[in-house]
Ligand binder design. Structure first.
Ligand code: XMP
Length: 534
């Protein structure tokens, strides 16, 4: 295994992710573990190497150090950014505060011949120097190498951008190999973990299940857990994993707000109650939601109402379970499908010092109000890893690779006032759109248009337009189709769906959904439009 000591960088979990991608097991622990902990951790002989992460702080602002024992274990150590600086300082070198911060793209020249960088380069200078395209983010820099180290890499503004003590197999890089902007970053980390540390690449997601199951059992003991199941990927995978670990000690609460997609509620129940035999309480709260939404047209107000009711309904169920769980204590844990990007967004990264960027609706609030302890078994995983885990747990591929669906559901896809009549029309139109996206295969890629788009859905416009059907005049509602391609949902392009697909969807919706006589396609990018219409 590989130990990653976290000094509080926003990207520490990316290091873990890269190590997992190399199929090697790793654990992230805070940097302030002590020497006894380190020695105990290494005692079984399985520890093959240590990585010291970056930090958002400077060695002058904080006094975080790696436990000295890390350098006495006899295993390779790689320091990244702050990790390299503290390594240099602890081993007798010198670090100085830079007057300027270096941030972003840089070209680093490889120096000497080191095991770590051997054969790893992006391009050659005319003089024949091997060069790396990297991502840097630092203010301080190492100005004097510790004894035993040689220069491994440099840039114009950072003469010691990499250092190596090949005898002890200690390496430091000032740049960040864990981010994708560092083109050879993956190759460098693979080299360190697989060749220099000599680990075997035999760790797979299935092993993660066993480890996660073990740790959930340990954390929960004989207590009980409640989880809010939404049908989305994260809560579904969390539910399946926790159920695998503790079976009937888990109760899922599925709040049906009446704004779900066609048959969605039944599908969730079939999967979790039917196939997995998990305990699921389905709360049909559609009357409550639609009742409170009657007459409300303002998008923000609609969101607030839906959010508040959701919390109220869930809380009421949770209170009941808290009081009347099957054991004598009732439920004491609230499980959430929080994943790593949520943790980063809300500034709650495990490292005590990560900086808050923005607060996120998934994290915080509820557990305190309910007086429950939190169980978040997906906290360290990225979305694609969560999906892989879902498949390994036996969840259907289509469920795990579903497009994201907003918490307020169809509430933000029916413009203006939400009515049951509108929701019913929208559900049927949307199901046709999704069905056609799934069945239209793009010849070039061999993929379905569902998989080629990041998010696709139908929007209900509460306006009527005139049409003609058979011999008669119609005066019915309009829907808009929306399909976007994006990697981060912060910016998005509308998808260039084939005309044949649009044609089929439009004709099916108009023929099959009485009440809709016009279909439009949304050709707005984000920005300036958003993905959802409200
Ligand atoms: P926008 O419309 O802001 O959407 O471009 C970006 C992404 O966020 C989703 N979205 C939400 N998800 N609760 C959620 O859980 C919400 O209130 C919400 N609003 C938007 C949207 O579907 C898209 O994927």
């Amino acid at each position: 295994k590989i130990l990653i000591l976290d000094f509080g960088s926003q990207v520490t979990q990316l290091i873990a992710r890269r190590v997992r991608e190399a199929n090697v097991y790793c654990e992230v622990h805070p940097c302030d573990v002590n020497d006894d902990w380190v020695r105990a951790y290494a005692a079984d002989g399985n520890l093959k190497g240590v990585i010291l992460s970056g930090s958002h702080a400077s060695v002058y602002e904080v006094d975080d150090k790696a436990p000295d024992s890390v350098f006495a274990l006899g295993v390779p150590v790689l320091g990244i950014c702050y990790g390299m600086q503290t390594m240099a300082q602890q081993l007798g070198g010198k670090v100085e505060g830079g007057s300027t911060r270096e941030f972003g793209y840089a070209e680093v020249r490889a120096r000497g011949h080191t095991e770590l960088l051997k054969g790893i380069e992006d391009f050659h200078t005319p003089e024949g120097h091997g060069m790396l395209k990297v991502w840097m983010s630092h203010g301080d820099k190492v100005t004097e190498l510790p004894t035993g180290f040689k220069l491994m890499a440099s840039t114009d503004s950072c003469p010691i951008a990499g250092m190596a003590d090949e005898e002890r197999r200690f390496y430091g890089v000032q740049f960040h190999p864990e981010v994708t902007h560092t083109v050879q970053g993956k190759a460098l980390l693979d080299r360190f973990v697989l060749e220099i540390c000599g680990t075997r690449p035999d760790w797979v997601m299935r092993d993660h299940i066993a480890e996660a199951v073990e740790s959930i059992r340990k954390q929960v003991g004989d207590e009980e857990v409640i989880l809010g199941l939404s049908g989305g990927v994260d809560s579904s995978v969390a539910a399946a994993l926790i159920h695998r670990a503790i079976g009937d000690q888990l109760t899922c609460v599925f709040v049906d707000h009446g704004l779900l997609r066609l048959n969605e509620g039944d599908m969730v129940m079939d999967m979790f109650a039917g196939k997995l035999h998990a305990k699921v309480i389905r709360v049909d709260a559609s009357d409550l939601f639609l009742g409170e939404l009657a007459g409300v047209t303002d998008p923000e107000q609609k969101r607030k109402i839906i959010g508040r009711l959701f919390v109220d309904v869930f809380k009421a169920e949770a209170e009941k379970l808290k009081a009347n769980g099957q054991g004598n204590k009732g439920a004491t844990f609230l499980a959430q499908g929080t994943i790593y990007p949520d943790v980063i967004e809300s500034g709650g990264a495990k490292s005590k010092k990560a900086v808050t960027i923005k607060s996120h609706h998934n994290v915080g609030g509820l557990p305190e109000q309910l007086g429950l302890k939190l169980l978040e078994p997906l906290r360290d995983l990225f979305k694609d890893e969560v999906r892989e885990l879902g498949v390994a747990l036996g969840l259907p591929h289509d469920m795990v690779y579903r497009h994201p669906f907003p918490g307020p559901g169809l509430g933000v896809r029916i413009l203006g006032e939400v009515k049951k009549e509108y929701a019913d029309l929208l559900r049927r139109a949307d199901a046709i759109f999704i069905e056609e996206l799934r069945s239209h295969i793009d010849k070039n890629s061999g993929k379905s248009w569902y998989d080629l788009t990041s998010q696709a859905f139908t929007v209900f416009l509460p306006v009527k337009s005139v049409g003609v059907m058979g011999d008669g005049r119609t005066y019915d509602y309009v829907v808009a189709l929306r399909a976007v391609q994006t990697s981060d949902f912060m910016t998005a392009d509308w998808a260039e769906l084939p005309y044949s697909l649009l044609k089929k969807v439009s004709s099916r919706i108009i023929n099959e959904v009485r009440g809709i006589n016009r279909v439009t396609y949304d050709v707005s990018s984000k920005p300036p439009a958003t993905i959802e219409w409200e």
